[in-house]
Design a protein around this ligand. Sequence first.
Ligand SMILES: [Fe+2]
Length: 221
Amino acid sequence: MKSVAEKALHNVVDEIDRYLGRLDGPGVADVRAGIMRWGQGSIRPASPQHLSTNKRMSEALALLRADGEVAFALALEAVDPYLRWVAYDYYPRSEIGEAFAGGHAFASLIGERGSIMGADYDLGLFLIEPGVLYRDHRHAAPELYAPLTGPHGWRFAPLEPLSWKPAHQPIWNEAHQHHAIRVGNVPFLCIFGWTSDVNEIATVIRSDDWVELEETVLSST
Ligand SMILES: [Fe+2]
């Protein structure tokens, strides 16, 4: 018989799959193929949260409920105590900046270090504090972002202007695509899916306008 943690984990993966099934765009099918392959698989023993995300998760889930995603929000709330929230700490802090280094967390649901076992695939949740710039970076893993909150500012080359995109509009980054995210006035809560090359470390791409972007005060978002 499944434990409470197993039920919560498999349920949230089902909800993510249902949610992604309502989105269009490149990469969505690739991420769902991984869910089909690994999603109901063996669970690793539950581990405690390493980073507290409670306040930001609550804010983000309230927004998701307000968007009509009630069952999905409930599933995320139920699974949160069983997730292992950690920081992505491969970037030198001098390059990625203190605001991002101390202002984000991610939790792998399916993957080599995920709550559910999977290989060369990573599906999880990603949370960033409001107002933080996730500076320009790239990685070998092709990546789907499905933001559950918004709007947030995106760009796909250093020095380019930000493009503000609403919640529920997926972003697909091919391997090594440069990208940066300026989080809006609400927490950034996002599904991420890496479909291959998940052990290749991400690197920061320098851009000379980071301070300007980080200091921009948002009024209308
Ligand atoms: Fe990325």
